[in-house]
Design a protein around this ligand. Structure first.
Ligand SMILES: N[C@@H](CCC(=O)N[C@@H](CS)C(=O)NCC(=O)O)C(=O)O
Length: 219
């Protein structure tokens, strides 16, 4: 990795950003943190589009003029060559498999429901909340089955697959999911918390995250 100072463009309430902060802490990497208030229109500027045309956080600046968006891409980049990323091709592919599952299932069903409920975009009784809740229950059941048979997501040890799945799952209770119904998942959450240099610094959504209060790609 370069000795150019890493810089993280970061929104403190985002679990996508938290996954990267957790890994940076666990790898003991020093970095500059640039707060991006996504509900203050700060991802909608022309200068932010130069950094990330998708206008999302997190983004990692890895060298002058070299920017990497997408939380899991950043996590893979930072973990390369460390014990947190398996090199065996099958295990590595399993890490990627869980990262894809996180983006396609965990985030919309658990993270997306949590965000919309906490910021007033959905009421628990809305049809879209029910759809996401049903999807979230399927996600949690699948993870429970996997974790009944595996101590960690991949390779029998703590890897970035655990970080990816942990990011939004550990706050599923905020979206109304009862995690006590998933004992293997709860035991795994506790194992993740015991890993060295673990941090949990996810901030609550600010008042400007409420529907209609700020300006973001979410409206
Ligand atoms: N797939 C992307 C999703 C990133 C994403 O949606 N980030 C949200 C915060 S969790 C964001 O920055 N939104 C920008 C905005 O609302 O303007 C990743 O994993 O990095």
């Amino acid at each position: 990795m370069t000795d150019f100072p890493l810089r993280l463009y970061d929104y403190a309430a985002s679990c996508n950003c938290y996954k990267v902060r957790l890994l940076l802490a666990q790898l003991g990497l020093v970095y500059d943190r640039v707060a991006v208030d996504i509900f203050n229109g700060e991802t909608l500027t022309a200068s932010y589009a130069q950094i990330n045309p998708q206008r999302t956080t997190p983004v990692l600046r890895v060298a002058e003029g070299k920017y990497l968006p997408e939380s899991n891409a950043i996590v893979l980049y930072l973990a390369a060559g460390t014990e947190l990323l398996p090199t065996d091709p099958f295990e590595l592919a399993q890490v990627v498999r869980w990262m894809i599952f996180e983006q396609t299932d965990v985030i919309p069903m658990i993270g997306g429901l949590r965000f919309r409920l906490l910021t007033g975009r959905l009421k628990p009784t809305d049809a879209d909340a029910a759809r996401r809740r049903d999807g979230g229950l399927e996600v949690l059941a699948l993870l429970e089955d996997h974790l009944r048979a595996h101590e960690f997501m991949v390779a029998g040890r703590y890897t970035v697959a655990d970080i990816a799945i942990y990011g939004y799952t550990h706050l599923a209770g905020d979206a109304g999911f009862d995690l006590s119904a998933y004992p293997a998942l709860e035991a795994w959450l506790a194992r993740v918390k015991q890993q060295s240099r673990y941090i949990e610094d996810v901030k609550p959504y600010g008042a400007n995250a409420a529907l209609g209060a700020g300006r973001s790609i979410y409206g």
